[in-house]
Design a binder for this molecule. Structure first.
Ligand SMILES: Cc1ncc(COP(=O)(O)O)c(C=O)c1O
Length: 409
């Protein structure tokens, strides 16, 4: 804002978008290197999604999902359950990633409060985590910079070291925590396989399996925040599938709305669902005005249909190899550290300035000059393009990225 207010930079005004491309009002075009904050996994304005939106808008744009229901929401819930890790059988809709996480937190705490273990009130979260910007989700975030201003509002979770800093150590700490304080803990929340917004910090599937074993042994609920990783970003439909685990709750958003509308869901097991039956005072008193909005639900159904019909995951796996090659090539550039890739994610660290560093922003500026939108996470630069980007476009994006990174080193 300082730069805008002082007139040092002009806003880049995007006029339209199509597929992997953003077009500004001067007619310049940019490859969308981060799928517009990871929502446009099927690119921009996929014709089938536009059609689904228009068709639904012609019938029913909104109704409360309270005492009433409608076909898009019911069918979407069924379709999500069909593709979810086995055992997740109930769906609660909300608006975005943050509200999907808030929903999971409140479900976890209320579940124990009314099912015989009211001392289980604490949430365990990881260092380096990001779970959203609402107050509950902000409290879980593991990046101090994002939490500090809001401290008076936040309920502090118990913290675990990030697996990105040592998987064994993190598991040992978890084991110790569960052994000593397990009966205080309602749930553990993780971003499976990769901590995204805090800097694309990856961990292995065995870590996730370890987390599942320990939480199960101590009957602590496991929340998988798949807001970023879900819907194919890491190579499997859900990142939990790398480890073959089923969490007790799973949050999905971003790509679910097809890059068109905010839309989110929290999936839970039947055990949790049943923990809310048995009288009005046991109900989950939580619901957003736009919960299950028909437009969003219709688009989300079409998103899932496009994944099926266009074999998005199979085709993305070839493109993921291109990102792996890019990671190997860029790792050779002096100044590039920690090259990593997983599915349709490739990330690199520059300069070591962390989230407030400037090197990533040099890459960003150079990217714009060369025709790509490469918004960094501080000094972490990364690519998370649409999963259905054309192979030629991906090559072009990788070339621009490599050239831009070279200028940032
Ligand atoms: C893992 C994760 N959870 C939750 C969120 C919050 O999602 P939203 O911005 O849609 O509220 C994000 C956003 O980046 C995220 O990466």
């Amino acid at each position: 804002m300082d730069d805008y207010v002082a007139g040092r930079v002009a806003p880049l005004v995007i006029d339209r978008a199509e597929g992997a491309w953003l077009f500004d009002r001067d007619g310049r075009r940019y490859l969308d290197g981060n799928s517009s904050w990871w929502v446009a996994s099927l690119g921009h304005r996929h014709p089938r999604l536009v059609r689904a939106l228009l068709d639904q808008a012609g019938k029913l744009a909104h109704t409360a999902l309270a005492g009433l229901t409608h076909e898009p929401a019911v069918r979407l819930a069924q379709e999500l359950v069909e593709i979810a890790p086995a055992g997740l059988s109930r769906v609660l809709f909300s608006d975005d990633g943050s509200t999907a996480v808030e929903t999971a937190l409140k479900l976890a705490v209320q579940f124990w409060a009314q099912n015989g273990q009211p001392t289980r009130r604490r949430i365990v979260a990881l260092e380096g985590a990001f779970h959203g910007d609402t107050a509950g989700a902000t409290a879980l975030g593991g990046v101090e910079l994002f939490r500090r201003p809001f401290a008076p509002l936040l309920v502090e979770p118990l913290r675990l070291p990030s697996p990105a800093d040592g998987e064994e150590h993190s598991l040992e700490e978890l084991s110790r925590l569960l052994t000593t304080r397990g009966d205080e803990i309602a749930a553990l929340i993780v971003e499976p396989m990769v901590q995204g917004a805090a800097g694309m910090r990856c961990h292995g599937a065995s870590y996730l399996r370890g987390v599942r074993e320990l939480t199960r042994a101590h009957d602590v609920l496991l929340i998988a925040d798949e807001v970023f990783t879900g819907l194919g970003r890491t190579g499997t439909m859900w990142a939990c599938q790398h480890a073959g685990i089923t969490p007790d709750l799973l949050c999905t958003a971003k790509a679910l709305g097809g890059g068109m509308l905010p839309f989110a869901a929290t999936l839970v097991t039947d055990r949790i669902f049943r923990g809310f039956l048995g009288g009005k005072e046991r109900a989950f008193w939580h619901g957003h005005s736009f919960t299950g909005n028909p437009l969003g639900a219709a688009v989300a159904r079409e998103v899932l249909a496009v994944y099926r019909d266009e074999e998005i995951l199979v085709r993305a796996s070839r493109k993921a190899e291109r990102l792996a090659t890019l990671a190997a090539d860029l790792a050779k550039i002096p100044g590039v550290r920690g090259a990593r890739h997983l599915g349709m994610i490739a990330a690199f660290d520059l300069a070591g300035g962390g989230y407030l560093g400037g090197a990533g922003w040099q890459v960003y500026e150079e990217g714009l000059r060369r025709g790509a939108y490469l918004r960094p996470l501080g000094d972490t630069v990364y690519l998370t393009p649409p999963l259905n980007i054309a192979e030629g476009e991906l090559d072009e994006l990788c070339e621009i990225f490599a050239a831009a990174v070279a200028t940032g080193c």
